[in-house]
Design a protein around this ligand. Sequence first.
Ligand SMILES: [Fe+2]
Ligand SMILES: [Fe+2]
Length: 201
Amino acid sequence: MSSEELPGTYTVSWTDMASGTQADYEMLTPAFEHHARAALVPNLLGMLDLLKGPTLGYQVDRYEHSLQSASRALRNDESVDLVVGALLHDVADGFAPENHSEAAAALLAPYVDEQTHWVIKHHGIFQGYYYFHHLGGDRDARSLYAESPHFDACVQFCAEYDQNCFDPSYTSLPIEEFRPLLDEVFSRPSRVPGVAPAREN
Ligand SMILES: [Fe+2]
Ligand SMILES: [Fe+2]
């Protein structure tokens, strides 16, 4: 991309998208994608920072919980996909409290393998095994997904990288340790349709 095409150096003449030309969109789309890719990891790290502070009755805050999750996964030689998934599995807590698992999975979907996406998407209901029954619910609600090829992986994720990650005596790795992993995962080509469809001609 030339400097003339970098975001902010070209402005369209119109105010409604219907007026845009092919030339406009051939400039706008890569400009956005370039900007979005460059901002992605810093934005995700900023979202993680939002988890700092309130412990909400636990012994660690949700930022430390996330670091513990990712640190345990990394130290257990899990895939880079799963380590990044562990780091970000609760990143949507602050803006999607009713469906934080699905929201985090949506952020990861273009970049991680299918199993990691499935595990993060369903970790909330699987994690319920540890407490739903204390609230009058069904701790085995996750049995709904018994036929999934990813069922055991999600059980393992919750057992080893979620329900046990509230320990103030655990020494987590610093966030800087995960930056290369984040850069690797979020620089991959998207696995899902992006901003623009493939050209048909
Ligand atoms: Fe969660
Ligand atoms: Fe969690």
